[in-house]
Design a protein around this ligand. Structure first.
Ligand SMILES: NC(=O)c1ccc[n+]([C@@H]2O[C@H](COP(=O)([O-])OP(=O)(O)OC[C@H]3O[C@@H](n4cnc5c(N)ncnc54)[C@H](O)[C@@H]3O)[C@@H](O)[C@H]2O)c1
Length: 248
């Protein structure tokens, strides 16, 4: 098995810029919500979460991040986002987007504290990031407000809107990622498959990462197709960077 998601030319671009853009696209297509001035809660500050947070911030939203990993939470704080536990973010948010790969990140204790009219969406892992059965139990009625938007009316009179049945918002309500970022993910898959075939005798039954030279070659090719040129080290620079005895 070759874990293509671990390649830098996959997660740094597809997960971050692809998911960032197409999730916002799905949110807007489904709801036509104005993001400027809204509080948008992103659950998970991984590659997908930081893409969503970055693009939502660019649209003028006040972005709140929730995390379970201290390093990621610290990055979110230093990137300028408010970081809160979901219990505290729940009554603050106008829009919630999960991007964790985890389950029940939004659950009953959060639904109970959310604002009337809140929008709930997932762009991470299947339809389990939002505990939909718990939301169904709390609801007295569920009506289709518009395509990809179900209005869950709760006994206390509040309505919570679940987008795209809790499935990946960007794939359901929009068109997924643009081809010009998926090209790198597919290049990783194709070249990793070729590598596996060519090196079958030497490979053991375990999980490998995409070889670094394939990752770097994809970045080089992508730059070339974008018409972007970069510098090359001079011989003097290459010697200097590799040496312990040059310099001060
Ligand atoms: N929508 C898409 O098109 C798309 C594209 C790529 C990946 N994905 C999926 O998105 C998910 C995230 O991918 P990624 O590359 O960002 O992964 P990642 O591992 O980099 O990030 C996930 C983050 O979520 C955090 N997390 C886990 N449980 C949490 C919880 N209960 N509350 C708050 N944070 C929590 C983790 O600490 C981690 O920082 C995966 O399931 C992946 O398959 C979706």
């Amino acid at each position: 098995v070759i874990a293509v998601n671990e390649a830098q030319t996959k997660h740094l671009f597809d997960n971050r810029y692809g998911t960032g853009q197409s999730t916002i696209d799905g949110l807007i297509r489904a709801t036509n919500v104005l993001l400027a001035g809204r509080k948008l809660v992103v659950a998970g500050y991984g590659w997908c979460g930081r893409g969503v947070a970055m693009r939502a911030k660019g649209m003028g939203a006040h972005v709140i991040v929730t995390e379970v990993e201290p390093m990621r939470a610290l990055e979110a704080v230093m990137d300028g986002y408010e970081v809160l536990p979901m219990g505290q973010a729940a009554p603050e948010g106008d829009v919630f987007i999960t991007a964790t790969g985890d389950k029940h990140v939004l659950r009953r204790e959060h639904f109970e504290r959310m604002k009337d009219g809140a929008l709930l969406a997932n762009t991470g892992h299947f339809n389990v990031e939002i505990d939909i059965p718990a939301l169904q139990k709390l609801a007295t009625s569920v009506t289709a407000a518009r395509p990809f938007v179900d209005a869950y009316e709760l006994a206390d009179g509040r309505t919570l809107h679940l987008l795209a049945d809790g499935r990946l918002l960007n794939l359901s309500a929009a068109e997924g990622h643009p081809a010009s970022v998926m090209d790198m993910s597919f290049a990783n898959q194709a070249l990793a498959a070729e590598h596996a075939v060519k090196n079958a005798d030497a490979l053991e039954p375990k999980v490998y990462v995409v070889p670094e030279e394939i990752d770097r070659e994809i970045a080089r090719l992508k730059l070339e197709t974008m018409g972007v040129a970069i510098d090359r080290l001079t011989d003097e620079q290459a010697r200097y960077l590799a040496s312990w005895d040059e310099g001060t």
